[in-house]
Design a binder for this molecule. Structure first.
Ligand code: PA5
Length: 445
């Protein structure tokens, strides 16, 4: 289960001040439960884990099996909330060298539609030339340019390489029930398709088919992932007392730190497999809270790698930051430091120790050093990198985000700011319907 330790923030904020958030947190939780707060049409994530049926999971597993049986490679096309959750879970659970392993037990999962890099797409389509590949096209709106562009290329290539009939089998759509080009295309082509519920926004959608289908295709146990999220839903529930509720305490602590001038939260991990959990978390908090000229800036680092780059700034730079460390209690494998008779590297003092013990001392040493340097530290711990723990971690962050956004006084469930670049891009590309904007933007160039 999720562990939360805020002790190392207490030299910077007081426990009393955190505990004083209890009534505000209660109000935020009530607003979520009763649907009376801002953005209340997007609360489908709140009790999503406990409402997922066995039948739904079986349907997802059956679709995943078709892709697993017919594809060496599956490309997941999506961006933002339609991409990051799946990638976060798959990378956290996969062998770090999965794509190099010769005897593969699952298709290689690749991602597209999250950038407009010509070289990226050229190289991807080049790699796929002699591969039996399938595509999961994920877009709630069904009209996102990055994803639609990648899908157009992948669909054409898949049909050309594998024939129309097989392409129809190995292309799956995850989109809105009714609206958008992705829905129109899925229905017209006869693709297997899954629905993204209207009331679940992209960044809260990892436990819908958006995340669950690619995760199942990658060979991970979505029953366990959901079970972990269900456990976190209970542990973070509105009926759990404030001081025992990790989501409530995390939300209160970060708001108090923000009030005391800590404007940047760095989510740090000590396990490279958590890199994309950091990316997912950045979207979750950045899009939910960064509005009305308010909001903690979410940053993420991979330690100890980034201690050799960002470490200097964190230890010694401007004191507007705090850190939240995700700590994985137990590694999945065991590896000890060997003894070396010559000890030329001077590492015999570590001989016989698990590599993880070295890592844990790096973690503890870093936390203490950063606290000494003026950086409050929150510790979030999970038992292991497995489906239950990751499912629990994701739900914990979602619940805390909903509460935290309400404490901040914003609508945590919209993202009006992401439209500005799209409007300009469409105007610059002369998209039909943007004639006036095209004229106006060209006058500025
Ligand atoms: O959180 C969000 O709403 C966004 O990040 C979207 O998920 C992202 O823009 C992709 O949108 P769509 O699923 O409509 O293609």
């Amino acid at each position: 289960m999720i562990g939360l330790n805020i002790e190392k923030t207490l030299g910077f904020i007081s426990k009393e001040d955190v505990l004083a958030y209890e009534p505000a947190v209660k109000a935020a939780q009530e607003a979520l439960e009763q649907g009376t707060g801002k953005g209340n049409d997007f609360l489908g994530w709140l009790h999503l884990p406990s409402s997922i049926s066995k039948e739904h999971l079986d349907e997802l597993k059956a679709a995943a099996q078709v892709l697993r049986e017919n594809c060496e490679v599956v490309v997941v096309a999506g961006i933002g909330g339609s991409y990051l959750g799946a990638r976060a879970v798959i990378e956290a659970l996969s062998n770090s060298f999965a794509w190099l392993v010769e005897k593969k037990t699952s298709p290689v999962i690749l991602f597209a539609g999250h950038n407009i890099g010509e070289d990226y797409l050229y190289e991807l389509t080049g790699y796929l030339k002699d591969k039996k590949f399938g595509v999961i096209n994920i877009s709630k709106s069904g009209t996102t340019t990055e994803t639609a562009l990648a899908f157009r290329l992948l669909k054409e290539q898949c049909e050309r390489q594998r024939g129309k009939e097989m392409a129809r089998k190995v292309i799956v759509a995850v989109t809105d029930a009714r609206k958008g080009a992705a829905r129109v295309m899925a229905d017209k082509e006869g693709y297997t398709s899954f629905i993204i519920p209207d009331n679940v926004g992209g960044r809260f959608s990892v436990l819908t088919p958006v995340g669950l289908l690619p995760i199942a295709v990658a060979g991970f146990d979505i029953d366990k992932l959901v079970a972990g999220a269900v456990a976190a839903e209970k542990a973070c529930g509105a009926d759990v007392p404030f001081a025992e509720n990790p989501a409530a305490l995390y939300a209160a602590t970060r708001n108090e730190l923000y009030k005391k001038g800590k404007k940047i939260e760095i989510l740090a991990n000590f396990n490279p497999k958590l890199h994309y959990v950091g990316e997912w978390w950045k979207q979750l908090y950045g899009e939910s809270e960064g509005k009305e000229h308010k909001g903690i800036f979410p940053a993420a680092t991979d330690f100890s790698t980034d201690l050799h780059s960002m470490g200097q700034w964190i230890q010694d730079g401007e004191r507007t930051i705090y850190e939240t460390v995700i700590s994985v209690e137990n590694p999945n494998h065991s590896l000890s430091v060997p003894t070396d008779a010559e000890n030329l590297d001077g590492l015999n003092y570590l001989a016989g120790k698990r590599v993880d013990e070295v890592n844990k001392m790096a973690e503890l040493g870093t936390q203490l050093a950063h606290v000494d340097g003026g950086v409050p530290n929150i510790r979030v711990s999970i038992p292991a990198l497995d489906e239950e723990s990751i499912g629990g971690l994701l739900y914990f962050f979602e619940k805390a985000c909903g509460i935290s956004g309400y404490l901040l006084g914003v609508n945590p469930f919209n993202q009006p700011g992401v439209e500005a670049y799209k409007k300009n891009m469409f105007a610059l590309l002369n998209k039909p319907g943007y004639e006036e904007e095209s004229k106006a933007i060209r006058a500025r160039l």
